[in-house]
Every structure is written in C-alpha cells, then in structure tokens.
Design a protein around this ligand. Structure first.
Ligand code: 6PG
Length: 239
C-alpha cells in the first residue's frame, strides 16, 4: 500500500473527490461482503463532503453501516455533536436509511460508552475486525479523530474505542484508536485551508514524531492504504 496524494483545486472538487472515493469503497465492500462499514469524521472539512455524498453516492444505503471516528461528550442534539452534524449534513438527505452506530457522548461514564461502542463495532465487523473505510480530518495541531498530541489514547494498543481528553485537556471525547484505524481497508484524509499547510508539511515531511503529530501514525505508514485529499491551500507547503 502507500500514500495517495490527491490534490483538488477547490473545496467543491475536494468534496466531490472524497464522495466518489467513499462510494467506490462502499461498493467494493458491498460486492465482497454484502455490506460496508464506514467510519465518519467530525469537523468542518469532512462536513463539506456529506451533502455532496448524499446527493451523488449512488449507493444502496441499506447495505451501509455508518460508524464514527470520534464524538464529543455531549448529547446528539448538542451543537458540538458529530452525530448531530452528520444527521443534518448527510442522513437527513438520504432516501434510504443506513444503519448508524452512534457513540453515546452523553453517557455519564465515557469509559463505559467506549466499551459499549467497541462491542457494537465487533457486532458488525467481520472476524477480521476491519473497517471498510475511515474518513478522517486533520487538526492544525496534528491530531486526527480525537487522538490529540500527548494523549494517553495514543498508547492504546488493544481497545478499539476509548474515552480521551479533548483538545484543551479538560473536555473529554470518545475516539477510535490506532489499533482499529490502522486495520481499516482504506483511509481517506480530507484536508483543506491555508491553516493546514504548515501542519501537513510537518506531518508528511518533518521528523517522525507521532506523539506530537498523531496523524503521522497513519499518514506515514506505507503499509496502509491512505488517500490524502486536499485543496490547493492545504497543499501549499508540500514538496
Ligand atoms: C472532530 C474531528 C476532528 C476533525 C479535525 C479537522 O470531532 O472535530 O473528528 O478530528 O476532523 O479537527 O477538523 P476541521 O476540518 O474542522 O479543521
């Protein structure tokens, strides 16, 4: 496998490219295993993709199971909820309902919610425990999902989902972990904007330092099938 860098000139083209890629991977999984399990991302850049995917997917959504890469410790109706964002940007526009595995960010004990989510995932993944695809964003600090620099979640070697500190170290999140993300059949990073140019350069061309730049764990692992979709502004710092 290797890193596939796919520049787009605009964010509209970026969203269209990401939508097409997720649909291709979903169709591949449905043909091979009867259904596709795809983990979605929160954040403003991944959000660009969802309305385009809703309009152009060309999928039998009843064969798709949507999971989440992470969630904030809020109820699904909260403005910060990744589920709430996906509900508004994607699910509300679909003519047929995919099964959705929602992370219970509202749970009073996030550790229990994380264990429950890992159990839910085990119930839909094959014995090989592999997501068919994971859509991820990249934070300006080098995080992905809710795997933030210096987080104890970076060291998780077994559990598929954990409760983890948020970006400010005080708020909390639920996040898939690298043991599960690294097993995904396909990974797509959606990165846009001039504010990501510097971190993307560091992640791709800087010294390997996964504790400070967690996204390197995936973007610098040549054994994985990682597709980096980015716009011209985010690509400005790349060789
Ligand atoms: C979240 C996401 C997070 C996001 C990145 C990129 O819950 O916010 O999972 O990992 O994808 O921070 O977000 P932007 O594209 O908005 O910068």
């Amino acid at each position: 496998m290797s890193l596939h860098v796919k520049p787009s000139t605009t964010t509209d083209a970026l969203a269209a490219a990401g939508s097409a890629l997720l649909s291709d991977w979903a169709r591949e999984a449905i043909a091979a295993r009867g259904r596709a399990v795809i983990a979605l991302a929160g954040g403003g850049t991944p959000r660009l993709l969802y309305p385009v995917w809703a309009a152009r997917a060309g999928l039998d959504w009843t064969r798709v199971i949507l999971a989440f890469g992470d969630e904030r410790a809020v109820p699904p109706t909260h403005a910060d909820s990744n589920y709430g964002m996906v509900q508004e940007a994607l699910l509300a526009h679909l003519d047929a309902a995919p099964r959705v595995l929602r992370m219970a960010g509202e749970h009073p004990r996030l550790e229990q919610a994380a264990a429950d989510y890992a159990r839910d995932l085990r119930g839909v993944l094959d014995a090989d425990g592999r997501l068919d695809a994971a859509l991820l964003g990249l934070g300006a600090d080098g995080h992905t999902a809710s795997l933030f620099p210096g987080s104890a979640a970076l060291d998780e070697a077994k559990r598929w989902c954990v409760a983890a500190p948020g970006p400010d170290g005080t708020s909390r999140r639920l996040t898939l972990t690298f043991p599960l993300l690294k097993r995904a059949r396909h990974i797509a990073f959606l990165v846009a904007g001039a504010d990501k140019a510097a971190v993307l350069r560091e992640v791709l061309h800087g010294p390997l330092d996964t504790r400070h730049l967690p996204a390197q764990t995936l973007l610098r692992d040549a054994a994985l099938d990682v597709h980096l979709l980015l716009d011209a502004a985010a690509a400005a710092g790349l060789d």
